[in-house]
Ligand binder design. Structure first.
Ligand SMILES: *[C@@H]1O[C@H](CO)[C@@H](O)[C@H](O)[C@H]1NC(C)=O
Ligand SMILES: *[C@@H]1O[C@H](CO)[C@@H](O)[C@H](O)[C@H]1NC(C)=O
Ligand SMILES: *[C@@H]1O[C@H](CO)[C@@H](O)[C@H](O)[C@H]1NC(C)=O
Ligand SMILES: *[C@@H]1O[C@H](CO)[C@@H](O)[C@H](O)[C@H]1NC(C)=O
Ligand SMILES: *[C@@H]1O[C@H](CO)[C@@H](O)[C@H](O)[C@H]1NC(C)=O
Ligand SMILES: *[C@@H]1O[C@H](CO)[C@@H](O)[C@H](O)[C@H]1NC(C)=O
Ligand SMILES: *[C@@H]1O[C@H](CO)[C@@H](O)[C@H](O)[C@H]1NC(C)=O
Ligand SMILES: *[C@@H]1O[C@H](CO)[C@@H](O)[C@H](O)[C@H]1NC(C)=O
Length: 471
């Protein structure tokens, strides 16, 4: 009798359990009634600090059960870095005010300064970081390893695989470390072929860093007036000034010190500065970066859909050609090259323009969810068998910072993916980069390097000048 029950149970359950095993399910035990997303500093650091995953919509990151991935096209921002040179100037200016007034007076909110030192060697501005748990080079290496685990079935272990990076030192280093993680250190030297694509505007459309010859003057003016004033910065200045006689921080000094705080994590495991500012002040800090990206290289700038459409149109060609043109396309560039792509896809576009004088709490344009350091947009081509959702065929899925982001207009495939024919229609509706941005006729008129790449390994270890301490 017991045997019979056991038999019935397994006959009844095995097929169902097998189907579920490859789908994602919520945990049904000990369901937490608290949601802690608002507590993560990395969601408020203005994409100056370490990488953080995008908040998921609940759609499983795993490949849908009835599908397999047969092509992957990724574009990744360089990893965690030191501040940019211009940021360094304002940071050092604000720090000097602090140093000059509190010297020896180690109490109050800044008591930790007794044992604190600044973390940017003068020759390290702009460089990728290499120390600490959130270092850019470590992040890139780990990401390469993770993608080998996830997508390793798309590489036969033998064929030469090109990697594509824009020609900027920290971006190149990110591509190199990602490659070492993906291939393994030894295979990287012989199986990868690092293709370095010039960032010059004379590349025209054959670029990972396209520029638009036309300018949206209104957007550009707002873009240039960073940082934007929000009253929380004055509140922070007042609180600190009240504690230290003669300290005369103004709101832009506060923004500079907050900038510095976020960057500190790129080389150290923690920053005592985080608690100097309230969470409300960090909300405002985060928002000024939303505004900045929105107008400089996002939906607030009328040419950015066309700029982003260049990449989306070229990837569409790869998706329609399928694995016969290659299965893995790993690309490396900057944040401001990825935000136009997100703009063209329309997956984070707010319904009304962002104001500069208050926080847009209801806007989907949140930079930490779009281009954190090391952020990535991964396009998966799926080959799926027929199911109740859709007949068998080819589908496209967008994964942004490891969260699946369905298109609003097209989500009827497995795992909320979009059938390739519908996706094709969607992309055909985008503006054209070359005419919209007036690419001169003597410059390349389309993106070509994915079909015409070098198989030479000679750039795999190219090194620029590196800052102190980095071998
Ligand atoms: C600074 O370090 C010294 C020695 O480790 C320690 O005694 C002191 O408490 C520290 N000061 C602060 C403000 O953390
Ligand atoms: C301020 O003091 C800190 C700690 O002594 C030091 O590391 C930093 O270089 C100083 N910065 C400036 C701009 O003087
Ligand atoms: C491979 O390179 C990484 C990053 O440079 C390093 O951390 C690791 O120790 C190396 N592994 C081997 C097996 O050499
Ligand atoms: C804050 O002070 C610095 C000089 O310490 C100055 O460069 C900056 O313009 C001031 N900001 C404002 C808003 O006044
Ligand atoms: C999908 O996968 C099946 C099974 O591997 C294969 O026969 C078929 O050709 C693939 N379809 C496409 C469009 O690549
Ligand atoms: C997808 O394309 C098919 C055939 O072209 C069309 O009938 C259907 O309405 C489209 N679906 C969506 C969601 O666009
Ligand atoms: C889209 O890409 C294809 C092939 O890469 C190219 O021939 C075509 O001109 C591009 N279309 C637009 C509108 O950019
Ligand atoms: C292929 O790329 C090389 C250099 O990267 C360039 O000189 C050549 O014109 C390209 N060929 C085509 C057909 O675009």
């Amino acid at each position: 009798m017991a045997r019979l029950w056991a038999g019935i149970v397994s006959l009844g359950c095995i097929p169902a359990a097998t189907a579920l095993a490859s789908s994602s399910v919520f945990s049904s035990s000990l369901i937490s009634q608290n949601v802690f997303n608002g507590d993560n500093f990395l969601k408020y650091d203005g994409v100056r600090g370490p990488y953080v995953d995008r908040v998921s919509y609940g759609v499983s990151r795993d490949t849908p059960a009835q599908c397999s991935v047969d092509q992957v096209i990724m574009i990744k921002r360089h990893g965690e870095r030191y501040p940019a040179s211009g940021e360094g100037t304002s940071i050092e200016q604000a720090l000097k005010k602090v140093n000059n007034t509190i010297a020896g007076n180690y109490n109050g909110d800044l008591a930790f300064l007794q044992n604190w030192t600044y973390f940017v060697p003068s020759d390290c501005y702009e460089a990728e970081t290499w120390a600490g748990p959130y270092a850019g080079l470590t992040d890139a290496y780990n990401h390469g390893q993770e993608y080998r685990e996830r997508y390793g079935h798309l590489w036969d272990g033998e064929s030469l695989l090109p990697l594509f990076t824009s020609d900027f030192q920290r971006v190149i280093e990110t591509a190199q470390k990602f490659g070492e993680g993906f291939f393994g250190n030894d295979s990287y030297s012989t199986k990868a072929a690092l293709n370095i694509i010039s960032e010059s505007s004379s590349q025209g459309a054959d670029s990972l860093t396209p520029t638009c010859r036309k300018q949206d003057d209104n957007a550009q003016n707002i873009c240039n007036s960073m940082p934007y004033y929000l009253p929380q910065f004055d509140a922070a200045a007042d609180r600190l000034n009240a504690q230290y006689q003669g300290l005369n921080l103004n709101w832009t000094d506060v923004v500079s010190l907050m900038l510095m705080t976020a960057y500190e994590l790129n080389t150290r495991s923690s920053s005592d500065w985080i608690d100097v500012f309230t969470t409300d002040e960090w909300v405002s800090f985060s928002h000024i970066w939303n505004i900045n990206f929105y107008y400089c290289s996002g939906p607030g700038n009328s040419y950015m859909r066309a700029v982003g459409a260049l990449y989306i149109n070229a990837t569409l060609t790869l998706l329609n050609e399928g694995p016969s043109s290659g299965s893995l396309f790993f690309n490396f560039a900057h944040d401001s090259n990825i935000t136009p792509i997100i703009t063209a896809l329309g997956i984070a576009t707010p319904s009304t323009p962002l104001p500069t004088d208050r926080v847009s709490f209801h806007s989907p344009w949140k930079t930490e969810d779009i281009v954190p350091m090391g952020g990535r947009l991964t396009i998966e081509r799926l080959n799926c068998t027929s199911s109740a959702l859709a007949p068998a065929g080819t589908f496209v899925r967008l994964v942004l910072n490891e969260a699946v982001v369905p298109l609003q207009e097209c989500q009827n495939g497995p795992g909320y993916s979009c059938p390739l024919n519908n996706y094709t229609e969607f992309v055909r509706g985008l503006p054209s980069f070359v005419p919209e941005c007036e690419v001169p006729a003597e410059e390349p008129q389309y993106l070509d390097f994915w079909w015409n790449y070098t198989t030479s390994t000679e750039e795999n270890y190219r090194r620029g000048s590196r800052c102190n301490g980095l071998a």
